[in-house]
Design a protein around this ligand. Structure first.
Ligand code: DLL
Length: 427
């Protein structure tokens, strides 16, 4: 059984998208006071949407809309049709709560099953799920998708390392699913405990946070896996499983028959030319309980405007390189953590883990301290050289001065959730 339509042409996709867009706008307008007001403020009615290019005229939705509509923002169906809610942890402000009808849950499971299919799983696979269950969408997404796909799930959640190692060996797990941070943590545990010969994991499916090539390489080496797949998703758009990279690892295939992805310039808010990086904006085509219309994800990526060698008929977006709200300003330069990551990834002897600390000196000037782990094989004798090298490269590539501290491999905290990289202690 396949979850991926094989006969999807661009023409068919356009028809599905237009019908879905018209359905979504009418549904939201008729059933959600929030969306109706948005449309009225913009002087629009659902019948104004006659072609896909009309999408551009629709107003954006943003995370503040979700927070101000708490506890049931964007709700577009009566309560008796809602079978579940999920919420994102939300580091600032109120949680974002999203509602699901039974159809939404089913759709999400089918879409997630596509991810397992793209990753080349079969029903013989044993899938150890190490992401959080509960309010967060992660556990439910991986779990329902696995059951729908028909492989055997081993639903541990972010349990302790002992439990994960035991189950991985005893259940003969073949696929490990986690946040990127958790995947690194487990890979290091397996190495430390000398368990590699006892485990059968061949594939890792990881996401939930941006991760560098260095981190992927490290995990691949430590766990000796054939593939690491990058899974994207967000609570607002069902949860994890909105797309996955195929075994060519050259962009994430996304389900364009269920949502429209636009890339906009976050300053002008205008769509950028195909292939250009910008902020991802999503519109759902059949989401019932909490439809999204031009929802600003704040994630930065680009559409890869070419067919993929794997033959999957779905378009691709590039890896998420960061979030527009991740950017910090240091000595008048706009910096994304991914830029620092990029520089570090290219320096021999540096590990994959780092933190950026921003402080203010007594004279009021900003200071940036970059704490980086040395590589597992490097010794402290090279620290001074390594620190100088990192500082020089940061100055050359990002044009700012920084102070670099090299710490031992494993000194920076590992988490089973999403890692925090930037600590801004400036006033
Ligand atoms: O993190 C859903 C998820 C769980 C995806 C497990 C993949 C695996 P939220 O907590 O709502 O949902 O956070 C969504 O996480 O807007 C991105 O900024 C980031 N993110 C998610 N996947 C990736 C990824 C889940 N593969 C936010 N690469 C998104 C980079 C990612 N960032």
């Amino acid at each position: 059984m396949s979850f991926i339509p094989k006969d999807l042409t661009q023409e068919k996709l356009n028809t599905i998208q237009l019908q879905g867009l018209q359905w979504t706008t009418a549904h939201a307008y008729n059933n959600s006071p929030f969306y109706r007001k948005k449309f009225q403020d913009a002087g629009l009615k659902p019948e104004n949407i006659r072609s896909l290019s009309d999408l551009e005229h629709l107003p954006f939705t943003d995370k503040e809309d979700l927070q101000s509509g708490y506890p049931f923002p964007l709700r577009s169906v009566p309560f008796e049709q809602i079978v579940r809610i999920h919420a994102s942890s939300g580091t600032t402000g109120k949680r974002k709560v999203l509602c699901y009808t039974q159809k939404d849950i089913d759709t999400w499971a089918n879409l997630f099953a596509r991810c397992y299919e793209i990753a080349g799983l079969s029903r013989e696979d044993r899938v150890q799920i190490a992401v959080g269950y509960g309010l967060w969408t992660a556990g439910a997404g991986f779990q329902n998708g696995c059951e729908r796909f028909g492989a055997m799930s081993v639903p541990l959640g972010p349990a302790n390392a002992d439990m994960h190692c035991d189950m991985m060996a005893d259940m003969e797990t073949t696929v490990f699913c986690a946040t990127a941070s958790m995947a690194l943590l487990m890979a290091e545990e397996i190495q430390k405990r000398g368990l590699l010969s006892k485990i059968k994991v061949k594939k890792i499916i990881m996401g939930a946070e941006r991760h560098s090539e260095a981190m992927r390489k490290r995990i691949r080496e430590l766990m000796n896996v054939e593939h690491i797949f990058d899974i994207y998703g967000l609570t607002e758009l069902y949860g994890p499983g909105t797309g996955l990279d195929c075994e060519f690892h050259n962009g994430i295939h996304f389900w364009a028959d269920h949502f429209i992805f636009e890339i906009i310039d976050p300053i002008t808010l205008k769509p950028v030319p195909p292939g250009t990086s910008g902020e991802l904006v999503v519109t759902t085509l059949c989401k019932e309980a909490s439809p999204l219309i031009r929802y600003r994800t704040h994630d930065v990526t680009r559409i890869i405007d070419a067919p993929c060698a794997c033959g999957v008929p779905f378009p691709r977006h590039d890896r998420i390189v960061g979030r527009t709200d991740d950017m910090f300003i240091y000595r008048a330069v706009n910096i994304y953590p991914s830029q620092i990551d990029h520089v570090l990834s290219r320096i021999e002897g540096v590990g994959s883990e780092f933190q950026i600390h921003l402080k203010q000196r007594e004279d009021g000037r900003d200071m940036m301290i970059i704490r980086v782990e040395r590589g597992i094989k490097a010794g402290p004798a090279d620290d001074a050289y390594l620190a100088e090298k990192v500082a020089t490269e940061i100055r050359r590539k990002i044009l700012v001065r920084s102070q670099v501290e090299i710490v031992s491999y494993g000194d920076l905290p590992r988490t089973e959730r999403k890692s925090r990289r930037v600590f801004d202690d400036r006033k």
